[in-house]
Design a protein around this ligand. Structure first.
Ligand SMILES: Cc1cc2nc3c(=O)[nH]c(=O)nc-3n(C[C@H](O)[C@H](O)[C@H](O)COP(=O)(O)O)c2cc1C
Length: 241
């Protein structure tokens, strides 16, 4: 008797500072452990108008480069992207789409992929979910992934979103100091760390399991429990000054 074929899962994402990629890795590992065949496909921004500003971190003059993306994001521009073969075509059973928030919206490279023929081929009639990483704002980002993915023929399952610690001002200062390499600002103002919160892995695993159980009922082995000891480290108390 033939062995049952493994469900095929595709994770398409864009990342610059690697936060979305960290989530993609956890989703992939979670579903591989349950017997899925997982393919990760990182979309690259190759468009000459914008690519150079995303070459490295720390960035020089991050405010100028980040604000420079505002017009393109506001008019929902698309551009030239690099698409790995796995995200050009293929017969997947479930697709996850990950994007950082850029000026409240889905990032330009993922918008471009979602509106491409590649996405139409991959998503037609297939279940999909979205995950976002951001300093704070995520609603329009995942809302756009849902809408564009449905336009491409996909069947929406669910989203999850990861935000950084701190209030609006703290998270902005902490993120800008990280992007510019001026991390002494964090110490000076006792800012919370930027990027994914400790313990984000638990949220990513729960989300992957929930979406897979809804989209692929009975096709994967049971979710693997993770011992509490390797979950989120306990919050570090800051001594009162
Ligand atoms: C051009 C640009 C615009 C951004 N705009 C927003 C925003 O409007 N809201 C927000 O919460 N975060 C914003 N961010 C922060 C990113 O969403 C956040 O750092 C994200 O985790 C980066 O993901 P990545 O490491 O996968 O690139 C912006 C980042 C960039 C580079």
């Amino acid at each position: 008797m033939d062995a049952p074929t493994k469900p095929k899962v595709l994770i398409v994402y864009f990342t610059f500072s690697k936060q979305t990629e960290r989530v993609a890795d956890v989703i992939g590992e979670t579903l591989e452990a349950r017997g899925a065949e997982v393919t990760k496909a990182r979309i690259m921004l190759t468009d000459k108008r914008w690519a150079a500003r995303f070459e490295k971190i720390p960035m020089r003059f991050p405010m100028i480069k980040i604000v420079g993306m505002l017009p393109a994001q506001t008019r929902q521009a698309t551009g030239e992207i690099g698409v790995p073969p796995a995200a050009q075509d293929g017969d997947y059973d479930l697709v996850f789409i990950g994007s950082p928030t850029w000026w409240f919206r889905v990032s330009l490279p993922i918008r471009t992929w979602l509106k491409s023929d590649h996405a139409a081929k991959i998503l037609a009639g297939k279940p999909f979910g979205a995950f976002s990483t951001s300093r704070r704002y995520w609603t329009h980002n995942v809302g756009e992934v849902e809408a564009f993915g449905k336009d491409a023929g996909g069947i929406w399952i669910d989203q999850t979103h990861f935000v950084a610690q701190g209030n609006q001002v703290q998270s902005m200062m902490s993120w800008l100091s990280y992007m510019s390499g001026f991390t002494w600002v964090d110490r000076l103002f006792r800012l919370p760390p930027t990027n994914l919160k400790p313990g984000f892995e638990t949220q990513a695993r729960d989300y992957a399991n929930e979406v897979a159980d809804r989209a692929l009922p009975g096709r994967l082995t049971a979710a693997v429990e993770t011992p509490a000891s390797v979950e989120a480290p306990a919050a570090v108390e800051t001594p009162a000054s």
